[in-house]
Each structure stands twice: as structure tokens, then as C-alpha cells.
Design a protein around this ligand. Structure first.
Ligand SMILES: [Zn+2]
Length: 336
């Protein structure tokens, strides 16, 4: 018997492809025209890098992963993400051999430790080719989550009919204020892991065990912070995660204010301001200790439990997150 029986009467919220910042003075027609323009936009990446010719097999698997993310969002969050309107399609996902990928980093498109990236305006994803197919697909799904996240557009009409636009928010990242980058990446990877766990449950294909975790330090930090918030608020961790994931796709959340209420006034401001270098793949470096020690104390978290998890992970052992997903760094041979 299936574990979850579909509920035909469950209300599913349909998410528009692009959201406009409050107060944007455009007519509905102009908003639609701009949305269409953004969906069709392709932006040249700097560095003249040449993508690989991709195998049909890989691309077929990616289309299954796209579908899985939509199913997961529908089943777990009650959201219907407007896939077609945002034009999230296979040609927008490109893979590069290391020397080609490096050309984009050299040209300043992203930093050298990045293994995949989505360009904001066009929503194109570029991904570093790696030996292990499972690792590549785990990374790819992280980028797919970015592509499905909320995009808020700020637009102004100039003289004549010209419209100037600016991508104001993507996921939780505030591009204008340069805030919430770390939180947004951690939430992206948590959604990625939960969606991949759902994929494993429904198809038996495992992209988690030994596939590495993106931004592991930040994921552990927020995983523990959410667990602490659950303990202090009396809500379940699952309920809080569900709310934060919903906010990532819709901008509507009920519980974000709980951070200040239960973990101290100003906590959200600190989360918003976490500097990007936290994402730089460091483990227990001095900067991490400096950065996290204070935050941990203030939030009532166990700093040594955090360090223990980081060390276990880097030693290749399994680490269980509060969301229930078990992760490990040692890459297992590709079997797909
Ligand atoms: Zn990312």
C-alpha cells in the first residue's frame, strides 16, 4: 500500500513566474511583457567558455529531477511552481569541463571554489563537470532549486516606453542590500537534500549518500538553529522548515519572526548580514570559529556539537541532520 495517498481536495497554491516589488508602477500588461522577456532572455557568460555536448541519458535524468522537485513542492508544501512560464528547460542547463569552467571564474563570473552557478536575470545554470555522475547530479539539483526559487523584479518606466528592471530578490538573497546570501544558500541546499530524499523514496535512486553537501558549514549551522527554534517555540522542526521553504518560493512565511522572538532581538539582522565568505567551504578555520562562536552562545547552541559534526563530516563519517537526512562526504563510486 502506498505510504502517502494523494489528497484530491488539497489546495495547491500556484506561484507566478516572476513577482514584482511592491509599488512597481507598471500595468498588468507591462508586467506580463517584462515577464515574457525575462523568460526568453539568454545572457552570455563571461570568458567564452564552451559547454560540453551532453548525453541524452544525463539530460533525461535531469528532466526527472526537475519533475521530482515540482512533485516534492506540491506534496510537501502545497505549491505549484510555474515551471513553463519561467522557461526552466534543459537547454538552460550547461556543463563544462574544468578548464572551460575555469575561464568563467577567471573572467570574474564567480569565485574559484564554485562548482555550479545560476545567472540571475536569465536563470541559466552552469555546472562543473566531475568524474562522479552522482556528484554532478546532486550539484545540478541544487542549481535547479535556485532556478525554481522566488524572483522579485523591481522595474521602472523611463521616458517613452522603455522599462528599466533590476532583479531585487532571488530566493532569500536580497541583491540590492546584499543580504541573506548565506541563509539563502543554506536553505537552497536543505531543500535540495529533502527533495533528493523524496526522489530516493519514490525511485530508489540515491544522490545523497557520499555525494558531498553544498555549503556544509552553513547547512549545519542553520539545521541546528532551526532545531533550537523548534525547542524554544514549541513548534516542530518540520513545521518551521516547511515555512522557511515556502517563503523561499513565495515570499510568504509565518515563522521568520520567531528567530528574534526566541533567539534574541537582532538575530535576523545577524543572519541577513552573515558574510559570503562563510560559504567558502571552510571547516574549522579561525574565521569560522570567530564568526560562529558568538552566534552560538547567543542563540544557546552547543558550539562543540557543531564542531563535532563538522569534524565527523570532514573525516568522511556520516552526519545526521535534524531534518532526518543523513549525509556523508566520501564519494561512493558512480553506479548510475
Ligand atoms: Zn547555490
Amino acid at each position: 500500500m502506498p505510504e502517502q495517498i494523494p489528497q484530491p481536495n488539497k489546495k495547491i497554491e500556484v506561484i507566478p513566474p516572476y513577482e514584482f516589488r511592491k509599488g512597481t508602477k507598471l500595468s498588468d500588461e507591462e508586467k506580463k511583457a517584462l515577464s515574457d522577456y525575462l523568460s526568453g532572455l539568454t545572457v552570455e557568460w563571461k570568458g567564452n567558455a564552451k559547454p560540453r555536448e551532453e548525453s541524452g541519458r544525463r539530460m533525461f535524468e535531469i528532466s526527472r529531477l526537475i519533475n521530482n522537485n515540482l512533485l516534492w513542492a506540491k506534496e510537501n508544501l502545497g505549491l505549484s511552481l510555474a515551471l513553463k512560464k519561467r522557461n526552466i528547460s534543459l537547454p538552460k542547463i550547461k556543463f563544462y569541463d574544468p578548464e572551460e569552467f575555469n575561464k568563467m571564474a577567471e573572467a570574474g563570473e564567480f569565485s574559484h571554489d564554485v562548482q555550479g552557478c545560476v545567472i540571475t536575470e536569465a536563470g541559466d545554470a552552469v555546472i562543473l563537470e566531475q568524474k562522479n555522475e552522482r556528484v554532478v547530479l546532486e550539484r545540478t539539483n541544487h542549481e535547479l532549486i535556485h532556478m525554481l526559487g522566488r524572483i522579485v523584479v523591481d522595474a521602472k518606466k523611463r521616458d517613452g516606453n522603455q522599462i528599466n528592471f533590476f532583479i531585487h530578490k532571488i530566493g532569500y538573497t536580497d541583491e540590492r542590500k546584499k543580504q541573506f546570501d548565506v541563509f539563502s544558500e543554506a536553505i537552497t541546499e536543505m531543500i535540495n537534500l529533502e527533495s533528493l530524499a523524496y526522489y530516493q523514496k519514490t525511485t530508489g535512486t540515491d544522490y545523497i549518500t557520499g555525494c558531498k553537501v553544498g555549503y556544509f558549514v552553513a547547512v549545519i549551522f542553520f539545521d541546528m538553529l532551526i532545531a533550537k527554534l523548534a525547542e524554544k517555540s514549541g513548534l516542530s522542526g518540520q513545521e518551521i522548515r516547511k515555512d522557511l521553504y515556502t517563503g523561499y518560493f513565495t515570499g510568504q512565511f509565518k515563522y521568520l519572526s520567531l528567530f528574534n522572538k526566541h533567539l534574541g532581538e537582532g538575530t535576523l539582522k545577524k543572519i541577513a548580514g552573515l558574510p559570503k565568505y562563510v560559504l567558502g567551504g571552510m571547516g574549522t578555520t579561525e574565521s569560522t570559529e570567530f564568526l560562529f562562536k558568538d552566534k552560538f552562545k547567543e542563540a544557546g547552541l552547543d558550539y562543540y556539537e557543531f564542531l563535532d559534526k563538522i569534524e565527523r563530516y570532514y573525516a568522511g563519517k556520516e552526519v545526521k541532520l535534524y531534518c532526518g537526512v543523513e549525509v556523508s562526504k566520501n564519494v561512493k563510486p558512480s553506479k548510475i
